[in-house]
Design a protein around this ligand. Structure first.
Ligand code: 4AD
Ligand code: MG
Length: 437
């Protein structure tokens, strides 16, 4: 394969090269044709002098060329300071059309006013937009930074099954699938299996994988399938250790993103990547609600008492910025009625937290209950029986104290770039009304 990428072209000045890419723009002037070519790393100009008789065939090919076709060009790469794109241009000797593009259904360079569903129907075209391209790179970089940090802390990456026998965790909605005439479910979280790894003695594990939620809700932050970045670690003393670890993990990820893409994010999205400092502010839910009442005259709706909702998440951000100049805030001491049975409790208070970033929950975490008898008590209280029997078994044969958290990758990307909704954030959005492409 002889593909040379745009960002490596400067190594080939004055050489005969072959370059393949998309036709980004065509400017057919009286005396000259300019074709801007594009690959995933940038753009380069190709220039054809019409007056040169040897170019007759090339001129004809370019005259029939359509935008976004993919072509392969052979020619000489020369320096030309007058060319804005990298001060170089390709002078072609041959052009081969590898794939001819039809007229595009919309201009991906100008998505203002293009319906989001049209964009999603043609997501592969929508992704050609420079911002959407950057979003993918930023997400990859964030995950890379976090992964690297975990490897440096001796974590083991695991891959847990997504097809499971029982509706898991908290009875929150799961997808049922036909399994050779019987029922199976899609995992809403690797929760039980990452805990199983703790019972196995693996100490520190993580997984980056899809999680499925059969929630028929259309919000800007919910998808029916999303990517969950899950951590579980043993021998902790309290959930404070888990929060502390998450701080380091996010700092590692955001540092990498800022270094590599900080300027580009600022340029295209107008967002500053802010690497937070430790420790992030923490507040008990009850204290937070008092502040909401005093500051914003906000009364928590009856059904949300002991829990958070979207309005409260927004106010948390406002308050955290104002009081601590922090984009992040941990909230602790939720009501046991609102938290899953596997959270350890102390004096009836779940030993867990949510982390709010820029006004949205990005994480739920906790110390887990590793003592069989206590776990059984919690499960019974929640009315969970048969469904969690297999999970209860994990704690019968020795299991270290442990805790962990789940971090929504899609939400991280969305908040990092200040995008309006998870629909335009996910590579391919999955929601109640969308299963294609
Ligand atoms: O808060 P959640 O439901 O927590 C759990 O999954 C637990 N088992 C804890 C764990 O250790 N995994 O999900 C964790 C995170 C949320 O904070 C949110 O960022 C994201 O996953 N998330 C979603 N993202 C997009 N669409 C949805 N429907 C999401 N549900 C949760
Ligand atoms: Mg949660």
């Amino acid at each position: 394969m002889d593909k040379i990428y745009v960002n490596k072209l400067s190594n080939y000045i004055d050489s005969e090269i072959s370059f393949s890419g998309f036709v980004d723009t065509i400017r057919d002037k009286k005396w000259v044709q300019f074709v801007i070519l594009r690959d995933s790393t940038g753009k380069v100009q190709m220039t054809i002098e019409k007056s040169d008789e040897n170019n007759a065939k090339l001129v004809e090919i370019v005259s029939n060329l359509t935008k976004d076709s993919v072509i392969k060009v052979k020619g000489k790469l020369v320096k030309n300071d007058a060319v804005k794109l990298g001060g170089m241009e390709i002078i072609p000797s041959s052009i081969e059309v590898l794939s001819k593009a039809e007229e595009l259904p919309f201009d991906y360079n100008n998505l203002d006013g293009v319906n989001i569903d049209t964009r999603l129907d043609y997501r592969w075209l929508d992704l050609r937009n420079e911002k959407n391209m950057l979003a993918r790179q930023v997400e990859s970089c964030m995950v890379e930074g976090m992964r690297e940090y975990l490897y440096s802390c001796d974590f083991t990456e695991i891959h847990t099954p997504k097809l499971i026998k029982t509706a898991s965790e908290s009875g929150s909605s799961v997808f049922k699938v036909d399994y050779f005439g019987g029922d199976a479910y899609l995992a809403q979280s690797p929760q039980f299996y990452k805990q199983m790894c703790m019972a196995a003695g693996m100490s520190k594990v993580f997984e980056v994988a899809p999680a499925f939620r059969a929630e028929n809700s259309n919000t800007n932050r919910h998808a029916t399938e999303f990517t969950s970045f899950d951590i579980e670690m043993s021998y902790i003393d309290s959930y404070e250790d888990v929060m502390d670890f998450e701080e380091d993990l996010l700092i590692a990820g955001l540092t990498k993103v800022k270094e590599r893409y900080g300027d580009k994010i600022k340029e295209l999205f107008g967002k500053e990547v802010i690497v937070p400092t430790k420790p992030f502010p923490k507040i008990r839910l009850e204290d937070l609600c008092k502040i909401f009442k005093e500051k914003y005259h906000y009364d928590v709706p009856e059904h949300d008492i002991g829990d958070m909702n979207a309005d409260m998440e927004h106010m948390t951000y406002e308050y955290a910025m104002e009081k601590y100049n922090s984009e992040f805030m941990f909230i602790t001491d939720f009501s046991k009625t609102k938290r899953p049975f596997y959270h350890m409790r102390k004096n009836d208070v779940p030993q867990g937290y949510d982390l709010i970033w820029r006004g949205m929950e990005i994480t739920s975490g906790s110390q887990r209950e590793h003592r069989y008898d206590e776990l059984l008590k919690n499960a019974k209280e929640k009315g969970l029986g048969k469904d969690v029997e297999f999970y209860m078994e994990f704690f019968k044969y020795g299991c270290p104290p442990h805790g962990g958290f789940g971090l929504g990758v899609d939400r991280l990307t969305m908040l990092l770039l200040g995008l309006n909704s998870i629909k335009e954030t996910q590579l391919l959005f999955r929601g109640p009304n969308r299963l294609t492409p």
